[in-house]
Design a protein. Structure first.
Length: 572
């Protein structure tokens, strides 16, 4: 019997089962997953399309004797602005509708969500009453409300008239804001150009921005969905002023052009949204090349379902996360989404009863409730030194940005063996190679076999655009040679990119491709006997763990990625 089946259902969940809207097992699993992900039960059901929102609303109305309010006919201008903190609205998935005297009426899709009403009452000092509404209409209303209270920059409106007035701060290495980043480079055309490039990059979903000087040209490129493409070529004579502006914004020494420098910028898009940029300069033959990595905190708040794990892979990750001790290793090349996978796991574990500490180089995204440490080898604060300190601070969960050497590996393994959950990354190509990498570092095979609980190898593949993708005309024999099974082809249509106004060359966004391997007894035995990565990989296949190639083929069979993309991300 699964752990989900042991959950005792009550209130609305029980009514949905009774009315046949949800199967009991599905309701129990949804109830448990929603709690783990800190998401309201009804929101979880509708988001995962387990039941129609209007059926849930009618069942709730009948169960609790509450009238169902039609939110589609409500005038959103009546919503009281700035009365309830936006974080509370998003956290509890509720919306204040109107105030009458000393009573505030709150739209809720689950009448049993009394905690939301109590917290809003506590923060506002006003008595609250819940009004039952349809979950889908509530989601739409909350989104409209957020757009209306955010300043124009949140929606990137009117930017052409206010690019020089963006709220931009430099952030020093310790993460402290350094005030306005205007500095001495206050030439309005340069300011407007740089700000527009930053905003355009955010709008296009880019992960990196490259400012590149050459002998006879200067170009700016964005990396979008893992691929670099040119966006503009400013005049060559602006190269020095652009570099100076970016260095001032990130609090660097503008007079130093001979050595690389690191900095950080915080751009406030609205009172509720800010984006960080990690900045690095590199002296080249014709000037300084500057690369900005865009760090969007919202990417760390994604639920695990948004990452692209197959159901069995997600289950293994979730089960290992809640274990009291052990080690989870996430591997893959730079830019494969390792940080987001780790942050998603940390967010799931981020409860008041857990002490979570991270050592990162650098800290990319600030996570409230988690103690994040920025390693600084120049002053002796290495990963190993940070780990030693963590172990003296009563930790429950430890995240190490990367295991680079034997000293860090030994301390991390010791922590995993003494009652702590340890999470970290390595730069290897597969789960099996991660094991052999640790042993090649000098970690004894016994320690690897007894401390590592789960290994996730991953890549990011370009997702096909839903608006224009179409079936690919590929012979069945070719598909079988590529690795598809007869069962795959019986239930799937392989799609190909086309390209339209809504996407870039037929792709829009990315999806994770994963190899998730739990260290079982047979795999442990191979490790302790000194087995190589080939032997470990063979055992993983025998136990049904999909490798990266097989996982990518499954995504292609689901119509999410093309066969060309399968070959691009899983080629040897």
């Amino acid at each position: 019997m699964s752990t989900a089946s042991t959950v005792a259902l009550s209130g609305l969940a029980r009514r949905l089962v009774k009315d046949g809207i949800l199967a009991e097992e599905a309701a129990q699993e949804a109830f448990q997953d929603a709690n783990k992900q800190k998401q309201p039960f009804v929101s979880y059901i509708v988001e995962h399309q387990l039941a129609e929102s209007h059926s849930i609303a009618e069942a709730a109305s009948d169960e609790f004797g509450a009238p169902l309010f039609d939110l589609s006919s409500f005038n959103m201008e009546m919503v009281p602005k700035d009365l309830v903190d936006l974080k509370l609205i998003q956290q509890h998935h509720t919306l204040p509708l109107y105030r009458r005297g000393n009573r505030l009426f709150i739209a809720v899709s689950d009448p049993t969500n009394l905690r939301a009403l109590d917290e809003i009452k506590f923060h506002t000092g006003i008595n609250t009453d819940g009004i039952l509404v349809d979950e889908k209409l509530l989601s739409d209303a909350i989104n409209k409300y957020i757009e209306s209270v955010d300043e124009p920059l949140a929606g990137f409106d009117d930017l052409e008239d206010g690019l020089e007035d963006l709220d931009i701060e430099a952030v020093d290495e310790e993460g402290d804001a350094g005030g306005d980043a205007g500095g001495d480079i206050d030439e309005t055309p340069i300011v407007r150009f740089v700000n527009k490039v930053l905003v355009d990059a955010i709008k296009s979903g880019a992960s990196d921005i490259h400012f590149e000087p050459y002998e006879k040209a200067y170009r700016v490129r964005f990396r979008t969905d893992g691929i670099l493409h040119e966006v503009t070529r400013p005049p060559m004579n602006l190269a020095g002023r652009l570099a100076a502006r970016l260095k001032v914004m990130s609090q660097m020494d503008i007079s130093e052009r001979r050595i690389p420098q690191d900095g950080r910028i915080k751009m406030k898009l609205s009172k509720n949204r800010a984006i960080d940029f990690r900045v690095n300069t590199l002296p080249t033959l014709f000037g300084e090349k500057i690369v900005l990595r865009i760090l969007d905190p919202s990417s760390a708040q994604m639920g695990i379902d948004a990452l692209g794990y197959e159901p069995d892979q997600k289950e293994m990750y979730m089960q290992t996360l809640v274990q009291p001790q052990g080690m989870i290793l996430v591997t893959g090349p730079t830019g494969s989404g390792k940080t987001v996978s780790l942050y998603t796991g940390l967010n799931i574990l981020n409860e008041p009863e857990r002490n979570i500490s991270t050592a990162e180089d650098p800290v990319e995204i600030n996570l409230e409730g988690i103690n994040q440490c920025h390693v600084n080898p120049k002053v002796g604060l290495t990963f190993a030194e940070a780990l030693r300190s963590f172990l003296r601070q009563d930790p429950d969960v430890i995240m190490v940005g990367e295991i680079r050497d034997l000293e860090t590996a030994e301390i991390a393994i010791k922590a995993a063996q003494t009652g702590h959950m340890v999470m970290s990354t390595l730069h290897t190509n597969s789960a099996a190679e991660t094991i052999t990498r640790l042993m090649n570092m000098g970690v004894p095979a016994f320690n690897v076999a007894t401390s590592v609980s789960l290994i996730i190898a991953q890549r990011l593949a370009r997702r096909l655009c839903n608006s224009c993708k179409e079936p690919a005309d590929i012979p069945k024999e070719t598909l079988l040679k590529e690795g598809f099974t007869e069962e795959d082809l019986a239930e799937a249509t392989i799609m190909k990119p086309v390209g339209c106004s809504k996407c870039a060359n037929g792709s829009k966004g990315r999806v994770g491709i994963y190899e998730v391997v739990r260290i079982t007894d047979p795999i442990s035995r191979i490790i302790m006997e000194g087995g190589n990565s080939i032997e470990i990989s063979d055992q993983c296949r025998k136990e049904g763990f999909n490798d990266l190639r097989r996982s990518a083929l499954q995504k292609a069979a689901q119509g999410l990625i093309s066969l060309e993309e399968v070959n691009r991300v899983t080629k040897d």
